[in-house]
Ligand binder design. Structure first.
Ligand code: UD1
Length: 427
């Protein structure tokens, strides 16, 4: 199928809306943990056995990049064993950087292991400009020399040196890259204004399991005492809080009742608050979280995305879809990315009334949604369209499931187990 004649979508979800989601769902490992942890496995120069890896296409792409760099990589279900003793390449080309933005996490690792890292500068993507200037500045502050030519950056350092650093903005990726690079630097690094996302704690815990000396992840200040070398380790990835939040929005949108196994309430406080304000019942259980939406959602919505522990930008589209499905009005402000409302015109095709004014989405009038053919432009926008289609009256076709599979493992299968009518059509 074609999107305006320019992009071909082979895979689609066919969804019959109007079913209440009901039952239990198990979360996969966190996408935003597995990517930096795979990159960090390169700095260890040893064998890392990583369990609970999500079987998503972003994780597969990162494994391919590690193989290209010379690592031996073996996957058995959700367990991935990476041996990074031999590294034979230090270049991540521009094309790879554009398709797999998270490969920038490898800059710190390659610099430590090879003394040189060559990375393509990514262009903008569907959700915003996404430059890597903060990553480069932090690596330079640790002693790397950087030569920037058209489209690429070559970083060189015989040995990185610990430093007092302050991030101009709590970038998740730049915090992670700096932690990885500083883990084997000479001396101590103190990183202020660090991002506080749970996945940064996960990265710290993985590296510490490998012999690093890092503390403070999850707070604004991370202290990294450089060590001479790291060693082999086994590590389990945390459950995916964004997948959990997606199921919460889907329950809210469909008047459902879901037990989300392994969901960690502390990772989802602002999301729970926002949904409770609309009338959802949410409880902590022995091994997860339970959400029920038996009555129509109510109230006027006002949320603003922010770095953790604020409302996650990665759940902004799914939350907006739930709000539209309930026929509510309000405003959703996006403060992390420039252009994260691409999905809104597709929701409008289903009967929503969203106006985009700069970084604000204004939901002007409440209408219940009707099924339609809609096109995903990015991962979380795609999840928002699935959320809307599950709640809408009638049939929908969501094109571009390739985007959705970058971050969700077996979303259609998990939804079928909750009672949804959803089928994937390939090619
Ligand atoms: C990570 C997550 C992504 C999430 C985002 C924000 C992973 C693999 N991805 O992305 O799912 O949406 O955090 O929570 O963990 N910026 C710069 N210069 C830089 C780096 C970032 O200007 O060098 C800007 C970005 O363009 C963006 C903002 O900072 O506007 C936040 O980006 P950042 O926190 O770095 O997000 P990512 O690490 O790319």
């Amino acid at each position: 199928m074609a999107n305006g004649g320019s992009e071909i979508f082979l895979d689609t979800y066919h969804i019959r809306g109007g079913y209440y989601l009901n039952g239990e769902v198990a979360l996969s490992g966190a996408k935003n943990s597995v990517l930096p942890i795979f990159a960090a496995s390169v700095v260890t120069g040893a064998q890392s056995k990583i369990v609970n890896c999500p079987e998503i296409s972003d994780s597969e792409n990162m494994r391919d990049i590690l193989k290209m760099l010379g690592c031996s990589v073996h996957k058995d279900g959700g367990t991935v064993v990476i041996d990074s003793a031999q590294i034979s390449a230090h270049t991540i080309g521009e094309k790879l950087m554009s398709t797999m933005r998270s490969s920038v996490f490898l800059a710190g690792s390659l610099l430590v292991r090879c003394g040189i890292a060559e990375i393509g500068k990514p262009g903008g993507c569907k959700i915003g400009a996404r430059p890597i200037d903060i990553h480069i500045d932090m690596l330079k502050a640790l002693g790397a020399e950087a030569e920037e030519n058209e489209g690429r950056v070559v970083l060189k350092a015989r040995k990185l040196k610990g430093a007092q650093l302050t991030l101009p903005f709590p970038s998740v990726g730049a915090t992670e890259n700096t932690i990885i690079a500083a883990s084997c630097a000479d001396g101590e690094t103190v990183l202020s204004n660090a991002a506080r996302e749970p996945e940064i704690v996960d990265l710290q815990d993985f590296l510490n399991r490998c012999g690093a000396k890092i503390k403070g992840a999850g707070t604004h200040t991370v202290t990294i005492e450089g060590v001479k070398e790291l060693h082999a380790a086994e590590y389990e990835i945390i459950p995916d809080r964004i997948e959990a939040g997606t199921f919460m929005c889907m329950a809210a949108a469909t008047k459902g009742e879901i037990h989300i196994k392994n969901a960690r309430p502390a990772h989802l406080e602002t999301v729970s608050e926002a949904l409770e304000a609309l009338g959802c019942e949410i409880r902590t259980t022995q091994n997860g979280m339970w959400i029920k939406q038996s009555k129509p959602l109510r109230g006027t919505v006002e949320i603003t995305t922010a770095p953790f522990p604020g409302f996650p930008t990665d759940l902004q589209p799914q939350f907006t879809a739930a709000v539209c499905a309930a026929g509510l009005t309000g405003v959703v402000r996006e403060k992390i990315f420039e252009n994260r409302f691409g999905y809104a015109k597709e929701l409008n095709k289903m009967g929503a009334a969203i106006e985009i004014c700069g970084k604000n989405a204004i939901i002007t009038r409440g209408h219940l949604l009707k099924g339609n053919r809609v096109v995903a432009e990015d991962l979380r926008g795609g999840a928002a369209l699935v959320t809307a289609a599950l709640a809408a009256e009638g049939d929908s076709i969501v094109c571009g499931t390739e985007y959705i599979k970058r971050g969700y493992f077996s979303l259609d299968k998990k939804l079928r187990l909750l009672g949804a009518e959803i089928k994937e059509h390939n090619g």
